[in-house]
Write a protein that binds this ligand. Structure first.
Ligand code: IVH
Length: 682
């Protein structure tokens, strides 16, 4: 055999092996090998392809981020029209659909039973495979013709570039699925956009659509889009039921939602709908209802279609988290970084169970673009547990107020405001009370040092009474001082002081987040903590050291370095870490234990109230040890850790035979992996 055919053979084998691992990791959430072992295989394949460019194939895992930006989108006609669904949020409408369908079905001798699927709030896409290889991805467009977005879709790790070997996939296959951006990623993307002075996305669906239509696939790749597939537009003809169809998709290698279910009648549908509504806030992605489809696939043609939607499917929607309210007042609020943000004070509205009375208007440009004034009626929207946004103004025909004008001086300290790009900024970083209040609140926030009782109201009083003029002084507060504040008594004051003292030895990632370093959200804070292990190492890192870390580019590295080395910050950090104040714990978990801990590669779900730690802390420890934590129980769950009041997740885990631990059992596992759980606070 010649050298080239050896190389070709090895490249083929590597590609097959890598697609299998992509599927295990990104679709099944059950990796068999470490990230390092995967990277080694990928590096070997890259090496071969560099030496033999003629061997590069479009389905090679090296091509996930292949070419450069494209000039524009071409269009393509779908294998079958991509229809939309008839929908409503009313039970009565669902009952009417069921009655209509049963009438038509019984006339045609068709049995009615239903497939149920969460309705993912994403964007529909058609994936076309020829010979098992992804050839084309097309947006829904007008339903008949869509835009070709193959380069962007290739970057989505859970989209198979080639279907699973030996799974019996048809030679020509066109699949429909929903691309979505998980809520965590949505928050990160919006935080970045706001930091760059750009307008954030109103909801995860818009973010997914905006991301997948990027002309530069590198940008698409930087945002972790995912997909769930649920329909076959062209391919095999033998599929008898929707359940069979979904099983076939999973077998060929597509991600299929593990929450899909079936029902016999409207009662079964409503039961499932109720369960999904309960889980809605805990799911890592946004759903806006439940899709109900006639199980019998061959019978669908006989039931038929209207011009827009099938008569055999229906979407029952949740109450929207979008509502119209009125802007009572617009105020300028000074944040911890000095940026002055217009905030709309709203007539309180209920958005999917949460009462909302304020919304962020981001910056003057955004406000001007949307032209929002006091007295206006506006559409307000909330996604996941994200801060509500004013999406748009609703025209009422009433006379309108004057446009909002930013103040020229800081409403908190009176310093003349400056302008930086789209931002209005208070330059008095050292003394402005509002900025200090923001820094204290951020420091004590749940993702930060998680100090209970140190919310904005407390921070404001501490600053206004002159008890805290610099962050480090928090650690010198006494019970007597706190007891004087409004809303505090002896016991609650003791609790707050104890809480602050307990934060003396924080996990490094929490401290890094809590300091409010620009660009450092919780994900970057964790990366920094794992890479540098100690606070001293982070503080002394050069721009180059920071850039050497995956996910940290030059802009971010410069921002972080600049913040940590600004002379006042150096002084403040020295003061913060002086003896008797803070001593952050080195984050050794990621390095030392992750490879061989019993938690590595395992998926955990936490439910009920834990005593020793919060569920978030528990998830963080699991991640630190190379495991995963998920919001819902499925067949992929390895352990359910159940605190008091476990409820439906506990029942489901027991049904699925998932190992159930109590908190102590989980702590024992942590100890065995060499990690001391956080000390219990009184
Ligand atoms: S079925 C003929 N199933 O909801 C079949 N749609 O409001 C039509 N969607 O355009 C679609 N999850 O973008 C279907 N499991 C699911 C879905 C789903 C989300 C979206 C899809 C569709 C829209 C209709």
């Amino acid at each position: 055999m010649s050298v080239t055919s050896d190389a070709a053979e090895r490249a083929r084998a590597l590609r097959r092996e890598l697609s299998r691992h992509d599927h295990l990791y990104h679709v099944l959430d059950q990796p068999e090998i470490s990230d390092e072992a995967y990277d080694a295989l990928l590096a070997e394949l890259k090496g071969i392809e560099e030496r033999h460019p003629e061997l590069v194939t479009p389905d090679s895992p090296t091509q996930r981020v292949g070419g450069g930006p494209v000039a524009g989108f071409t269009t393509a006609v779908h294998a079958q029209p991509m229809l939309s669904l008839d929908s409503s949020a009313k039970e009565g409408d669902l009952r009417a659909f069921d009655t209509r369908l049963r009438r038509a079905a019984s006339a045609a001798g068709i049995d009615v039973s239903y497939s149920l699927e969460p309705k993912i709030d994403g964007l529909s896409v058609e994936l076309v495979y020829v010979g098992g290889v992804l050839g084309r991805a097309v947006t829904r467009g007008d339903g008949v013709t869509g835009e070709v977005i193959t380069p962007g879709v290739r970057t989505i790790r859970s989209v198979p570039l080639r279907l699973l070997e030996g799974s019996g996939y048809p030679d020509e296959l066109s699949v429909r699925g929903e691309i979505y951006l998980p809520i965590d990623a949505f928050d990160d993307v919006n935080e970045d956009l706001i930091n760059q002075g750009k307008q954030p996305f109103a909801n995860p669906r818009n973010a997914a659509a905006g991301t997948v239509r990027q002309l530069d696939p590198k940008l698409t790749a930087s945002r972790p889009l995912r997909i769930f597939c649920y329909d076959v537009l062209a391919g095999p003809t033998g599929l008898q039921s929707q359940s069979e169809l979904l099983e076939a998709l999973a077998r060929w290698g597509f991600p299929v939602n593990p929450l899909n279910a079936t029902a016999q009648d409207v009662e079964g549908i409503l039961d499932y709908f109720g369960k999904m509504e309960e889980q809605r806030d805990e799911l890592p992605y946004e759903i806006d209802g439940v899709v109900i489809k006639l199980q019998d696939v061959p019978a669908r043609e006989r039931i038929g279609y209207t011009a827009h939607h099938p008569r055999w499917a229906y979407a029952l929607k949740f109450q929207p988290r979008k509502e119209v309210s009125q802007v009572l007042k617009i105020v300028a609020s000074v944040g911890r970084t000095g940026v002055v943000t217009p905030i709309a004070l709203l007539r309180p509205v209920n958005l999917g169970g949460v009462t909302v009375s304020r919304a962020n208007l981001h910056n003057v440009d955004d406000l001007t673009r949307k032209d929002i004034r006091e007295g206006d009626h506006v559409r307000v929207e909330r996604a996941g547990d994200v801060i509500p946004q004013v999406v748009e103004r609703v025209e009422t025909g009433d006379e309108r107020g004057e446009p909002f004008r930013m103040p020229t001086n800081c409403p908190s300290c009176g310093t003349q405001l400056t302008r930086s790009g789209p931002y209005t900024v208070c330059p008095n970083a050292l003394e402005c009370p509002a900025q200090l209040i923001g820094r204290i609140t951020h420091f004590g926030s749940r993702t930060g040092l998680d100090i209970e009782g140190l919310g904005e109201r407390t921070a404001r009083q501490l600053v206004e009474r002159g008890l805290v003029t610099r962050l480090p002084q928090l650690f010198d507060l006494t019970v007597d001082q706190v007891a004087e504040l409004e809303g505090f008594a002896a016991i609650s004051a003791r609790k707050l002081v104890d809480g602050i003292q307990a934060a003396r030895e924080p996990q490094l990632a929490r401290l890094l987040y809590g300091l409010g370093i620009p660009e450092v959200g919780s994900a970057v804070a964790r990366t920094l903590a794992r890479s540098f292990v100690t606070f001293e190492a982070v503080r002394s890192a050069s721009v180059e050291d920071l850039m050497a870390i995956e996910g940290i580019g030059e802009v971010m590295a410069r921002q972080i370095h600049g913040f940590l080395n600004e002379p006042h910050m150096v002084e403040s950090l020295d003061e913060l870490t002086a003896p008797g104040r803070m001593a952050p714990k080195p984050d050794e978990t990621g390095r030392v234990a992750s490879e061989n801990s019993a938690l590595a590669g395992k998926t955990f779900v936490f439910t009920g109230a834990l005593e020793v730690m919060s569920r978030e802390e528990a998830s963080e420890l699991v991640r630190g040890l190379g495991g995963r934590s998920s919001g819902s129980v499925s067949a992929k769950t390895d352990f359910l850790v159940a605190g008091d009041g476990g409820g439906s997740k506990l029942t489901k885990a027991q049904d699925l035979g998932v190992t159930v631990l109590d908190e102590q059992g989980f702590i024992d596992m942590l100890k065995e992996a060499g990690v001391e759980p956080p000390a219990k606070t009184a």
